[in-house]
Write a new protein. Structure first.
Length: 281
């Protein structure tokens, strides 16, 4: 016979896998999502993954007792993972933001904590800037907030190729040879997690927003608690002091680079848990 703690544990780790049918700007999408229902009155966390990653970056949340009872939603962005999209040529950060809004509506989520990594961090920033009243707090894991953050996406310009397959294959090889923690692990799954047809539009959009949309001002103007998380290999980012001086909590993850969820997930989850616990909702 199961004990009460065992029963609660089973409830806490139960995942719901769903498909959401939606249309954005004439593009038909079938979103692959994973969520956990609420067993408390805590606000859910909405996770937005980075380029070349998937919702599975965040599913281990169910194994960390600090998040017991906390509902969450993670899904594969169009062009990534198990999500199906019938026109990848329209991919961009604004498109991904509109997708996020549609997913939130279908999932019935009104108020939420946001957590986004890299591409997902930039998408989350644009979403939060457009409708800050719905966001309880924002955890930005190396999401773009300045031109210097385009170390991956700017390669679409610096290593330009008219052939998407040629560019992507060379991109994978460059990432594989990077000295950042977890770069080889990340590169090994890129071909399986992202569609080649989505790469150019997403990268060009990330560069354009980072260079021209004053996203630092947008980030600093958000009226709720914010944390910026980064790997210790990126502690030289020029704007970290500026963030801290403007009330943004910094979370440096040791033994990590751009992908703390791969290099040091335990520390990543611990810092997220402490930050959320202070929000009391």
């Amino acid at each position: 016979m199961a004990t009460t703690s065992e029963t609660n544990r089973d409830m806490d780790t139960k995942l719901i896998h769903e498909k959401y049918d939606l249309t954005i700007d004439g593009v038909d999408i079938v979103i692959a999502a994973t969520r956990r229902e609420a067993t408390t009155d805590l606000a859910p966390i909405v996770f937005l993954h980075g380029f070349g990653s998937t919702k599975e970056d965040y599913i281990d949340i169910v194994h960390h007792p600090s998040f017991s009872g906390r509902p969450f939603l993670a899904y594969d962005a169009p062009g990534c993972g198990e999500t199906v999209c019938n026109d990848l040529s329209k991919m961009s950060i604004p498109f991904l933001m509109e997708t996020a809004k549609a997913v939130l509506q279908l999932a019935g989520i009104q108020r939420f904590h946001l957590c986004g990594h890299s591409m997902g961090g930039l998408t989350a920033l644009m979403l939060a800037h457009q409708d800050p009243s719905r966001v309880v707090s924002f955890i930005d894991i190396e999401g773009n907030i300045a031109p210097e953050d385009c170390f991956l996406s700017r390669q679409v310009i610096t290593y330009h190729s008219d052939d998407p397959e040629v560019f992507f294959e060379a991109f994978v090889q460059r990432v594989r040879s990077s000295k950042e923690f977890s770069s080889s692990l990340y590169s090994a799954s890129l071909r399986h997690k992202v569609r080649v047809g989505a790469v150019r539009g997403i990268f060009e959009s990330m560069v354009d927003l980072s260079d021209n949309a004053d996203i630092m001002t947008k980030f600093l103007s958000l009226p709720f608690p914010r944390m910026f998380m980064y790997g210790e290999q990126n502690a030289s980012l020029s704007y970290l002091g500026h963030l801290e001086a403007n009330g943004v909590e910094l979370a440096e993850i040791p033994h990590s680079g751009h992908w703390p969820m791969y290099a040091n997930p335990l520390e990543m989850w611990c810092r997220i848990a402490v930050f959320l616990d202070r929000q009391k909702q």
